[in-house]
Write a protein that binds this ligand. Structure first.
Ligand code: GLY
Length: 466
């Protein structure tokens, strides 16, 4: 947890943005896996964590925008709980830790909200992403699930997004801590990436590092020699010499801040000439994109810069043709790079995505494209100092997509399908770092994680005939 002043200041700033009604924060509950008392690892709601700090189930909070008061709802545990859970702080003590004097039993929340509704007060709530929250809101507000979905408070969302987007120095330090754990995960994966192992040997080991040094992974580990599947959580493949393995993984710090890094490793230790040529294109796209980051720049334009670098590079090795700028304008590069360049990162790995992606990554100056590939760009708007974001271009050879586009005769002016088909089975390459937008430009977060082909080959440290 941060200092009491941190939470007081954050709530004070939020209260200045909204002048009518109650702001309702629902903390998360335990999620049963296969019977009620056998839970998944608990993850608190990030906005609750940001304003109220407590990382435990069974809590909620209300801010009264008219009186400025904060109320924390939760449990005072009795002996029946304590024999299972160990000694617990009182709710009053928990309130004190975050500067909230008014604490009440959680079972009073329903009547509290109900009374406010009857008084005609507006209840501002954030978009619910868990069914338990939908059910509670349905009970509290007497609205059906469709109304609940559409009734989240836009002023509340916008105020939270504006505040959480700009990271405080202590939040950057937390992200640095998450990065340090993530670095260890990646270095370990690089040193283990030998033929004969299974993906799960490495995925399990690095998840253990995230659990032993922080509060686990910030998202399920993506680690596969079938890296052309963008979010491949299957870890059952055996590693063979000549495979490329994508490792997209990150830890959460003990205070639940995320890191998110991707490296692509040649199994056996050396890139083949063909792998290296594609790798260099992705690396050039990532380097150019990072170097372009500065306050006031639209991330959409930086995404397009990366896409053009990829289109030019693929033209240079004979897979694309024509004018790269025109290819990108029409979306032809998305055969190889079908996702966005990156996303905001903070308490959530896709920061605040639960509040609505378009509130986080877009604004009135930039609308989400409908073009295949570009439509997946999560962050497009102008950057501000204090934003933390990922930069993660990739090139993938996705057999089903190549077959489909070729059959449809798509972009024959820009894609040499005859040459592209020689890459079926190649897999994919993605390279990702976490970057802070500074007043003068950018700063790549954390200590270097081997990224150039030379650095990676050195750490993988094995010889292989090309
Ligand atoms: N690194 C996983 C993701 O961004 O979705």
């Amino acid at each position: 947890m941060f200092s009491v002043q941190t939470y007081l200041k954050r709530r004070e700033m939020l209260l200045k943005q909204i002048d009518k009604g109650l702001l309702l924060f629902l903390g998360n509950e335990e999620s049963p896996m296969n019977y009620k008392d056998n839970f998944y690892r608990f993850r608190q709601d990030s906005s609750f964590l940001y304003y109220f700090g407590h990382n435990e189930p069974g809590m909620a909070a209300v801010l009264d925008t008219e009186t400025g008061e904060s109320i924390l709802f939760g449990y005072d545990f009795g002996i029946d709980d304590i024999i299972w859970m160990g000694p617990q702080k009182t709710l009053h003590e928990k309130g004190k830790q975050i500067g909230v004097a008014d604490t009440r039993p959680i079972d009073q929340l329903f009547s509290f909200i109900n009374k406010a509704v009857k008084q005609g007060r507006r209840i501002h709530y954030l978009p619910p992403y868990r069914d338990e929250h939908r059910i509670k809101l349905n009970q509290f507000l007497g609205k059906d699930f469709n109304e609940i979905k559409n009734g989240a408070s836009e002023p509340f969302i916008l105020a939270v997004v504006a505040q959480r987007s700009v990271k405080e120095p202590q939040e950057i330090e937390e992200i640095e801590r998450a990065h340090a754990i993530t670095r260890e995960m990646h270095l370990t994966a690089m040193s283990m990436a030998q033929p004969g192992l299974y993906e799960r040997d490495i995925a399990g080991t690095i998840e253990g590092i995230a659990l032993s040094k922080g509060s686990g992974t910030s998202f399920p580990v993506i680690l596969s020699v079938r890296g052309e599947t963008l979010h491949n959580n299957y870890h059952g493949n055996r590693l063979e010499k000549g495979h490329l393995m994508v490792n997209d993984s990150g830890a959460q710090s003990l205070n639940n801040y995320a890191a998110d890094i991707t490296r692509t490793i040649p199994i056996g230790g050396l890139f083949t000439a063909k792998q290296r040529a594609v790798y260099e294109i992705v690396l050039a796209a990532q380097t150019r994109a990072i170097e372009a980051i500065a306050p006031g720049k639209r991330y959409l334009d930086i995404h397009l810069l990366a896409a053009k670098t990829i289109a030019q590079g693929l033209k240079d090795i004979g897979l694309m043709k024509g004018n790269p700028d025109e290819a990108v304008a029409q979306g032809a590069h998305a055969l190889f790079f079908p996702h966005g360049l990156g996303h905001m990162m903070g308490l959530d790995v896709h920061d605040m995505e639960n509040l609505g992606e378009d509130y986080v990554g877009y604004d009135e100056s930039v609308q989400r494209s409908r073009q295949f590939g570009l439509a997946y760009l999560r962050l497009a708007k102008s950057l501000q100092p204090g934003y933390v974001l990922t930069v993660e271009p990739g090139i993938y050879f996705i057999p089903a997509l190549i077959e489909l586009w070729q059959k449809e005769g798509k972009f024959n002016d820009f894609i040499d399908y005859y040459e592209v088909k020689k890459y079926i089975g190649f897999g994919g390459i993605r390279i990702e770092d976490d970057v802070e937008v500074t007043a003068s430009g950018y700063r790549v977060i954390g200590e270097n994680i081997p990224k150039t082909p030379e650095e990676i080959e050195q750490i993988c440290g094995q010889t292989q005939e090309s």
